[in-house]
Ligand binder design. Structure first.
Ligand SMILES: Cc1cc2nc3c(=O)[nH]c(=O)nc-3n(C[C@H](O)[C@H](O)[C@H](O)COP(=O)(O)OP(=O)(O)OC[C@H]3O[C@@H](n4cnc5c(N)ncnc54)[C@H](O)[C@@H]3O)c2cc1C
Length: 302
């Protein structure tokens, strides 16, 4: 029997600390329970939502009228330089496990909240790396079938994947290929990356970067000498800052003074405050630069 809870407040399951109640909520500890929970929702004709660490989502104030399945499957196996890990494992724990086993590659991910499943779904990245750079294969559940997808079949691109817009696919586990290296070097890299985060990112509740860095197609209104452009993408934070929006507040939601691509929850922010702020930001950036920002975060229950 699955222990499915009712009317669970979702704000405490998100790093934004925003969101209403889930009609049903289940914390799945293993593959079998994930499959059972998905089948339970399908039988009842309910929508289901797979929740990882809740660090890249905005949940509506009215919550989610279906079953939220939170992944708490966290087993892993290290075999030489290959690490197999279940989707509910926190990304930070995988970084630690890798280094403990003298494996290098994921140091850049230290300090990024969330789970392996969430990171694969959004092809999480930082400091010029992406999680997909280290993936060999992904085990999924789709329409009652379990399949192994090779990396090439996952349609990974900048902050995107096959899974991001396909709520019917559940990531169950993944295999990573890392490099044998010495622990000391990895630990030095961790300290460097953590320090960089401390300097550039706010500590208040947030969902990380709200927008993707847009691809540069029309740069006619951009001062190319000043704009941070990398891999043909321009910093969304810079565009927002140039519009004078740093610190701008609606209700209890504020564009961070430290990093303009973060919206922070100053206390009791509502999802509605964030939505208005996002919409205003998009409009200002479009008017000023003729660039359409696209959300990196996912909306839940809207
Ligand atoms: C302070 C802070 C710093 C951050 N820094 C970065 C950064 O440097 N780089 C970066 O890319 N991101 C960053 N983020 C955003 C976020 O932490 C990452 O995108 C993270 O990988 C999301 O994982 P999650 O488990 O929290 O996903 P969630 O927010 O729980 O879910 C995100 C999406 O993934 C889906 N999902 C989750 N697990 C599964 C699964 N097993 N199967 C199928 N779908 C699934 C969900 O349904 C949802 O659509 C930051 C966030 C914060 C708050």
């Amino acid at each position: 029997m699955l222990k499915i809870k009712k009317n669970i407040i979702l704000s405490s399951y998100t790093t934004f600390r925003i969101g209403g109640r889930a009609k049903y909520f289940f914390s799945a500890q293993n593959k079998k329970e994930i499959i059972q929970a998905v089948n339970w929702a399908k039988k009842k004709n309910l929508d289901f939502f797979i929740l990882g660490g809740g660090s890249n989502i905005l949940v509506s104030d009215s919550g989610f009228d279906g079953l939220v399945i939170r992944l708490d499957n966290k087993n892993y196996k290290v075999n030489g330089n290959i690490v197999s890990v279940e989707a509910g494992m926190p990304l930070n724990e995988l970084v630690k496990i890798s280094i403990d086993n003298n494996l290098s590659g994921l140091e850049w991910a230290v300090g990024i909240p969330g789970t392996i499943g969430g990171a694969i779904c959004g092809n999480t990245g930082a400091f010029g790396h992406s999680i997909s750079d280290f993936i060999l294969s992904v085990e999924i559940l789709k329409n009652k079938e379990i399949k192994i997808l090779q990396k090439e079949d996952c349609s990974f691109s900048y902050r995107n994947s096959l899974f991001k817009n396909n709520r019917n696919i559940v990531i169950l586990s993944a295999k990573f290929k890392l490099k044998k290296d010495n622990k000391k070097k990895s630990k030095e890299m961790l300290a460097k990356y953590l320090n960089q985060r401390k300097i550039t990112q706010p500590v208040e509740p947030s969902a990380g970067c709200i927008f993707k860095n847009p691809f540069c197609t029309d740069l006619s209104k951009i001062n190319k000498k000043l704009a941070p452009i990398k891999d043909n993408r321009i910093s969304a934070g810079w565009l927002i800052e140039e519009c004078g929006l740093k610190g701008y507040k609606i209700g209890q939601a504020q564009i961070s003074k430290k990093h303009a691509n973060f919206i922070i929850n100053c206390g009791q922010a509502k999802a509605e405050d964030v939505i208005i702020l996002i919409s205003l930001t998009k409009q200002k950036v479009r008017d000023r630069f003729n660039i359409q920002l696209e959300e990196e975060i996912k909306y839940v229950g809207f």
